[in-house]
Write a protein of this length. Structure first.
Length: 287
């Protein structure tokens, strides 16, 4: 018996071979960055990319956002073929943009168009942080401006979902000019008394937060979204003070009056539909 015990071969944990690792489809599982729960990506998408464990709101691709927000089959896209140039001949910018187009299947960091929510026509813009971190380049500014101008000409409300790291450094001043251009277009929309709802998602920072994303008649954010201009470390070094732990979160901004609502993603479509109904112009009959 003792001989049998000591003669047994040692057992070691096996490390999966590279071939075995490759047999697991890429993207099958997603790990929540907040609670570290590992979920089937398919199930996570069914939950609109919201973690069932901690309710963390994962980033949402632009077309999926459109699908979750608008009535089925109602979306008509604008300016889908617009692609950024390289005005400053910035090193590797064209190559990096091409890689983003291949990865995201988008031509730029924003998708614009029109559709309906509960039957009410609206113009919509959705930024996608997967493309150059949703940075605001000349094409992003142009597409948003054109969408606003279409809303003006068609007398329709405008909804924008912001998600951005700020201005696109590869386009320098051309990027910064989009702050003024989009803000001027929104001012025209405001003067005509048309509704602009800004939905700030994670993250909304830099020149985007300092311009069109903060100019809504109603400013909404998703729970836990990072919203601000400069980064926490830069601010703390500048003012030489420690900032609150929840600084620049959606909840912090709501408490301090910079937001009107913080709405869970599962309730966002209904909230937008209600707001559109409340602000819909009366045309002789109830809508």
């Amino acid at each position: 018996m003792l001989r049998d015990i000591f003669s047994k071969k040692k057992r070691y944990a096996t490390i999966p071979s590279e071939q075995a690792k490759q047999e697991v489809p890429e993207g099958l599982m997603t790990k929540c960055p907040k609670c570290k729960t590992i979920m089937y990506t398919k199930e996570l998408r069914k939950a609109q990319m919201v973690c069932e464990g901690c309710q963390h709101h994962h980033s949402l691709p632009a077309y999926e956002r459109v699908e979750f927000t608008l009535d089925e089959g109602s979306f008509v896209e604008f300016d889908a073929g617009m692609i950024a140039k390289d005005p400053l001949q910035f090193p590797s910018y064209p190559e990096k943009s091409a890689l983003d187009r291949e990865k995201t299947k988008l031509n730029e960091a924003v998708v614009t168009g029109e559709g309906t929510i509960n039957g009410i026509h609206t113009v919509i813009g959705v930024m996608d942080s997967r493309f150059r971190m949703g940075s605001m380049g000349s094409v992003v500014g142009e597409k948003i401006t054109r969408a606003i101008e279409h809303a003006i000409s068609e007398d329709k409300p405008f909804i924008l979902f912001a998600a951005s790291g700020g201005a696109r450094m590869q386009e320098g001043v051309f990027s910064l000019m989009q702050m003024a251009k989009t803000s001027a277009a929104l001012n025209q929309l405001h003067e005509r008394g048309q509704l602009f709802i800004s939905v700030l998602t994670h993250p909304t920072t830099g020149g985007v937060s300092a311009s069109f994303a903060s100019l809504g008649d109603i400013n909404i954010a998703e729970p836990g979204a990072l919203i601000g201009f400069a980064g926490r470390r830069i601010i703390e070094q500048t003012i030489r003070q420690k900032l609150p732990d929840d600084f620049q979160t959606a909840e912090f901004l709501l408490e301090h009056g910079q937001l009107d609502l913080v709405v869970h993603r599962h309730e966002l479509r209904n909230t937008l539909g209600t707001l559109l109904e409340l602000h819909a112009p009366m045309t002789g009959k109830e809508r």
